[in-house]
Design a protein around this ligand. Structure first.
Ligand code: ZN
Ligand code: ZN
Length: 377
């Protein structure tokens, strides 16, 4: 079977998504993506699964169709602690989120509020954020840390370097590594590339998530996939619950010392060799990460002529680019997803097709055949 990426993080009407679970599955199939539902299971999200009984009904419904079964749990909410083992085992994978951080005095600061406690500095907030992530990694039996760079609304527009220091990134990446939790590249809250490079260099597995709530968002993981490939992650190393399993509640947690000796890679020993080679690459990557003055502020550019392909298979990870190269859109795209992009921007799509046809014309040096025109217009 040809390889297809997994969208490990999508929402349905079981929580705050707009699509039914079958619509999510259909949408993903249309984009050539393997779907999973990861609805909110928390008492602190406006539209969510808020009880153990509702979580059971949710899983009952998911088990009726061919879909991966996940849930997105808020670290700061206690519902995830209440789920019995028999229920936990029915999830194919689980996501932990820091939707709120706890300050030193116990105050919760939610990520979706624009009103912050008076006197709170970005450094106070980020220190609390990192501490919350470390606690999540220690306590929560989850497989993926969702949207790792999600911070409170007022801080999202700040320069990355004001919010993220190298020390903060290192602490988060270390915590995920020791806990065997994957780092999500989110379509919705796109991480800056330095922290993703750091996660890869450390040997943390990468997961792709649309965090889609609507038709346009669900299963659209083009950008996260392009970013992962750009940063040197092989398709086969991307987190796939069917291949890599789930930590579940009973998984042992290695000590930091043990983990340093043998990269656990989510506890799958057969992946150690791959991880070691990634670590070797990572050491070079670290040097790039730490070298000052080489970061580019260039905005990501869209590639005018994209490689056309009918499946995701056969695509190899590209070698890591020089630090600061933000041209993630150079990654290959799926034609089905092209179509969806084209629908959203028909004018640009037309000019892209024209350019593509023009290039074919020049290359072949002969007239178009009719079927070419039909296929591209
Ligand atoms: Zn979330
Ligand atoms: Zn989500």
């Amino acid at each position: 079977m040809t390889w297809q990426p997994v969208d490990c993080h999508a929402h349905s009407t079981f929580s705050d998504g707009a699509l039914s679970i079958t619509d999510v599955v259909e949408r993903a199939a249309a984009l050539g993506v393997r779907p999973s539902l990861a609805d909110h299971i928390s008492r602190d999200v406006a539209k969510s699964i808020t009880s153990v009984a509702d979580a059971r009904r949710y899983l009952d419904a998911l088990e009726q169709i061919d879909v991966l079964r996940a849930g997105e749990f808020c670290w700061h909410d206690g519902l995830w602690r209440e789920l019995p083992d028999d229920l936990v085992r029915r999830f194919t994978h689980r996501l932990g989120s820091v939707h709120a951080v706890r300050l030193g005095d116990g105050t919760l600061v939610r990520a979706f509020t624009s009103k912050l406690p008076s006197g709170l500095t970005v450094d106070d907030y980020m220190d609390a954020h990192v501490a919350s992530v470390e606690q999540l990694a220690t306590e929560m039996p989850v497989d993926i840390f969702a949207h790792p760079t999600l911070v409170a609304l007022p801080y999202r527009t700040l320069d990355v370097d004001l919010v993220w220091t190298e020390e903060r990134e290192t602490r988060i990446v270390d915590a995920l590594f020791h806990a065997g939790i994957a780092f999500e590249i989110s379509s919705r809250y796109r991480p800056h590339d330095r922290i993703v490079r750091r996660a890869i260099a450390r040997g943390v597995r990468i997961s792709l998530g649309s965090d889609g709530h609507s038709f346009d968002q669900v299963a659209d993981i083009t950008r996260p996939l392009a970013m992962a490939r750009q940063l040197g992650v092989a398709d086969a190393d991307l987190y796939d619950p069917t291949r890599h399993g789930s930590k579940r509640r009973t998984a042992p947690v290695a000590t930091a010392q043990q983990s340093d000796q043998v990269p656990r890679s989510l506890g799958r020993p057969h992946l150690v060799a791959a991880d070691q080679s990634r670590r070797r690459r990572g050491r070079r990557g670290s040097a790039r990460i730490c070298r000052p003055g080489r970061r580019s502020t260039a905005r990501p550019r869209r590639r005018s002529r994209r490689r056309r392909t009918t499946t995701w298979s056969g695509e190899r990870a590209l070698p890591p680019r020089a630090h600061g190269d933000a041209r993630f859109s150079r990654g290959p795209r799926l034609s089905a997803m092209d179509s969806s992009l084209d629908r959203r921007s028909p004018r640009r799509a037309r000019s892209r097709r024209t350019a593509r046809l023009g290039a074919l014309w020049t290359r072949r040096g002969r007239s178009f055949r009719n079927h070419d025109v039909r296929r591209h217009v």
